[in-house]
Design a protein around this ligand. Sequence first.
Ligand SMILES: [Ca+2]
Ligand SMILES: [Ca+2]
Ligand SMILES: [Ca+2]
Ligand SMILES: [Ca+2]
Length: 667
Amino acid sequence: MINSMEVRMNRWIYGWFALGFCLATAASGADYASPDQVIRKVRRLASDHRGVKMHVLAQTPGGRQVVLLEIGSDRYDAPAVLVLANPEGNQPSATQAALTLSETLVRDWTDLNHIKWYIVPMVHPDGHARFFQTPSAENFGNERPVNDDMDDQTDEDGPQDLNGDGYITVMRQKHPEGTWLAVQGGPLMKKAERSKGEQGVYRLFPEGIDNDGDGLINEDGPGGVIVGHNFPHRFAYHTSTGGPWPASEEETRGLLRFAFDHPDVVMVLTLGRTNSLKTVPPSSQQAEAGGDKYKLPKQFAEAMGLDPDTEYPIKDLVEMAREYTGYQELTEDMVLQFLGVGAAVNPNPGDLPYWNEVSKRYNEFMKEAKLDGKRLDPPDSPPGSVEEWAYYQYGVSSYSMDFWTLPVKEKESKDKKGDFPSPDEIEKMSNEDFIALGEEKIDAFLKESGAPPQFKAVMVINALKSGMMDTKRMAKMMRDNQKKEDTGGVDEADQALFDADPSAFLEWTPYDHPTLGRVEIGGRRPWSLLAPSAEAADSLIQKQLPFVRELVKLLPRFVIEPVEVSRVRDGVYRVEAWVRNQGFLPYPTHHGVRCKRPVPMVMTLQGDGVLPLEGERRIVLGLLEGSGGSQKCSWLLRAREGTAVQLEVRGPAGTAKTSVTLKGGAR
Ligand SMILES: [Ca+2]
Ligand SMILES: [Ca+2]
Ligand SMILES: [Ca+2]
Ligand SMILES: [Ca+2]
């Protein structure tokens, strides 16, 4: 019997994501634009509209073009936004969004005409092309052959659609060494948890045979490198998708070349799988710290009975910190983060308040659009991602947004403990709200959440105040801890998919495998976790793209105001001008100051027969904070009375001009 309460509940939960159900039929990419179609659309936009140009940035190993659409090529002095879509090749909805954005912009987005747009709808065309391959499979590399298993052949053992159903899925085999279980006779599989008395039954393999007879199945399939893992920031060596070295791929280099050739870019917006607007990236990435030694801050050294002037190897510090806090799970990363050392891998504290505010506005926008339902968290940026490169090395404001993940069932309030807030409630609180709970309550809350005894409210409050932690990140950590418990060991994404669309799991059907013998083939249909139907994506894109408009409204905007002229004596004048940033975001970013990019804004002074006695004709401006940050420029000029002096600020953030006449009178 159907429980009507539950039905109502589910309806409510999935209400905003009703569209998501369409994914049930997203068997192939019939309606998403294929790489060829994308190129055709871009070419047509460029030929049909004035001020729109197409650039070819690179040729992929698969012979496809990486194209960029320049919208507003007639807009001189306009700050530019670089939009990069689908860098990991696994988000056809992102490519779709970039096309929709381009079409909207060329048609008329009048209030955005002061901005120039560089839009790359497919950063990784070979990857995008794989969405359209048959049989349908989840692999996203480009077509550069890579010898994944380092044997004497390359790309020698890819998958096969053994049962001919059009999908590459999974084979399961009953085996004494099996570590997997079928969940209650259904299609879902989970790892057996021995600690709970569960015994493994199955071994899992990807669908295919051992083509080269090396004992491994599908260990070296076609391609390739994922462009969105190949950028030179936090690049990971020896991975199957990152490539042999940073920017090893022509696609990556083409994009880098374009970016460095176009210093007018002040913001990079990545449309893909990650979302740094929903949740500001953690300030807890581990820097490459090597085997260095570190000093402890004085107060902690003293509290732990250590010498503040001695340098300790990181391994020893971790041991001592574990002993001191009683928290055995402390890792090297956590201690390094605490010490604030290493290369820049965490958002600059100067940029964080802006980032937090932008994120807040994004989440408010999503709520307004009724798109704030509980859903699977978008993943953190992978190593070598383009969005991190754009911020940490290119030095500009860089945000990423995704368009879809599966809805997650709202849980009963059973995991709500006493008066303490649940992860959902914490997520909705601002940092200030949480701090306002007070030390006593936070301490009780930490105790209740199973935090180690030395984990005190003060630490959490300080972390929140310093921006090293925020309530969203806290909620995510709490959830991560709970996930396993809640799904009974089933992968959270699998469970979410099963709840939304049980038919996304193909039934296990017997198959006689040439080397394994009797197996069953089944499991999750490829792409079901990655792409909604094109129709559903369209609707989600239409609702979410307007945020891009909100985002670019935040760009820095310079004015010269006020300007004051006073006569010092005949023929000598004092000119004082304030350059102010009326936009929301600072220019450059705080991190940009550290990485010496982008190029600075410059103030120039010109006038007939004007001779500066004090002050330069050309003044390089420093960082101007957002919302009215200012810098004063001052000159002592020798000039004839009545001379007009032109002041101009120019640079990536745009141009501002003003003119004053040198004349008598005190100020
Ligand atoms: Ca090989
Ligand atoms: Ca198959
Ligand atoms: Ca091999
Ligand atoms: Ca093999």
